[in-house]
Design a protein around this ligand. Structure first.
Ligand code: ADP
Length: 398
């Protein structure tokens, strides 16, 4: 089946057309700065290798952006399909599925209503995701649409893991609890780790480390705990997000600096994490480079990042009652050998033995980086969220 995967953000729209039989991407790209100024369109035809890089293209709203995408996919010279009839379904990434959804679903009016309702919990994401769904409904009314939720895979957590110790009515009335995010990646990577281990009943810790980062504990294919919470702000330290801190910190900063709730939110979401500590950039490569050049703040940012991931690994080994494999994924997890090294160093007493030399080698595909003697396997697994969304869409459409 040919599935068009759409990740619709407030001012950007990523797309990827995937053939689920061959697992190959036919074309992909991104519309950026939609509705702002100087909109740009990037497109790659993965069959011919044709690249259109950051081409200025007027896109005043999401409808026009999706029209640009559909036209390009059908373009006689650089397209990959002859008409939209060749596309079997559209798969949308939706951030928040709340407690309603523990799997992907076909879009209908009730699903749309629930995604709208959940905008309270994900005000920046769910309305933007919905824009993509609604535009496709208008432009391609006969093409089935499937939504895949970032939260769905985590719905298997037991109540004692997902509840917060706050007054009961904050859960029953306001739905305040841990949901977890990056679910599609955690599902794909834990499945793949299980395959590599050669057993279904397995205890796996997935470290998804990108700009956003989250850790999950997966037992026999089911999440039993994850580091992100009600929102993606919780858990490990990230590019610009603080992760876990004393919950009194934001209240104290608000009072002392005379900030509003939304200004405090911005401070913790956009100005903290690696950026807050290092000061110059949120990008892990910049942190590494500066650390190598002797920058003390960069070194502290790196050490804090590794320490905080390591603490989660320790906690999840206890939650799982052991661990068979630790799987690293995401831009940092897949590429930054220094991150894997800093996280795994000193964990030998737990049977976690990284092969420090091999770990330095950039090897494409899924790689085992543990020593042959290691009781716990350490993998680098390339995440494939778009392929997972396409597979879910194909499964539901079939
Ligand atoms: P997002 O959460 O936006 O999807 P990614 O998964 O793309 O993020 O990860 C981006 C992070 O990965 C950045 O901090 C970047 O510095 C880091 N990264 C990417 N490539 C490398 C590399 N070769 N070495 C170290 N870090 C890298």
């Amino acid at each position: 089946m040919k599935i068009l995967v759409i990740n619709s953000g407030s001012s950007s729209l990523k797309f990827e057309l995937i053939d689920t039989e061959t697992k190959k991407t036919l074309a992909k790209g991104i519309c950026e700065r939609i509705g702002i100024s100087n909109q740009i369109f990037t497109y790659k035809n993965k069959v011919t290798g044709y690249n259109e890089i950051e081409k200025p293209t007027p896109m005043q709203d999401h409808k026009v952006a999706i029209q640009v995408v559909l036209e390009k996919l059908q373009d006689k010279t650089n397209g990959v399909i002859s008409s939209m009839d060749d596309v079997d379904a559209i798969g949308h990434r939706v951030v928040h599925g709340g407690e309603y959804f523990d799997d992907a679903v076909l879009v209908n009016d009730d699903v749309i209503k629930k995604i709208e309702e959940l905008a309270d919990l994900a005000p920046l994401h769910n309305p933007a995701n919905l824009m993509g769904i609604k535009v496709i409904q208008k432009l391609l009314p006969n093409t089935p649409q499937v939504v895949v939720f970032d939260t769905a895979f985590h719905q298997t957590m037991p109540d004692y893991a997902y509840r917060y110790p706050v007054p009961e009515e904050d859960y029953t009335e306001l739905k305040v609890r841990k949901y977890g995010f990056h679910g599609t990646s955690h599902k794909f990577v834990s499945n793949r780790a299980s395959e590599l281990l050669g057993k279904k009943d397995s205890k796996i810790i997935v470290c998804h480390l990108g700009n956003g980062a989250s850790i999950s504990a997966v037992k026999d294919g089911k999440v039993i705990d994850t580091s992100m919470g009600l929102t993606p702000l919780a858990g490990v330290m990230m590019g610009t997000r603080c992760g876990d801190i004393d919950p009194a910190v934001p209240l104290y900063i608000m009072q002392k600096r005379n900030l509003s709730a939304s200004e405090t939110d911005t401070r913790l979401n956009k100005k903290s994490g690696l950026l807050g500590i290092f000061g110059k950039s949120s990008d892990f490569r910049d942190v590494q480079d500066a650390m190598i050049n002797g920058d003390k703040r960069a070194k502290l940012a790196y050490e804090m990042f590794c320490y905080r991931v390591r603490s989660y690994i320790g906690s999840y080994i206890v939650a799982l009652g052991g661990v068979d494999a630790i799987a690293f994924t995401g831009g940092i997890g897949e590429n930054a050998f220094r991150a894997r090294e800093g996280i795994c160093r000193g964990l030998e007493f737990l049977g976690i033995e990284l092969d420090y030399e091999k770990n330095k080698e950039m090897i494409s595909g899924d790689v085992e980086y543990s020593k042959p003697t290691s009781k716990v396997k350490i993998y680098k697994i390339e995440t494939a969220e778009e392929l997972m969304i396409a597979n879910d869409a194909a499964r539901l459409v079939k």
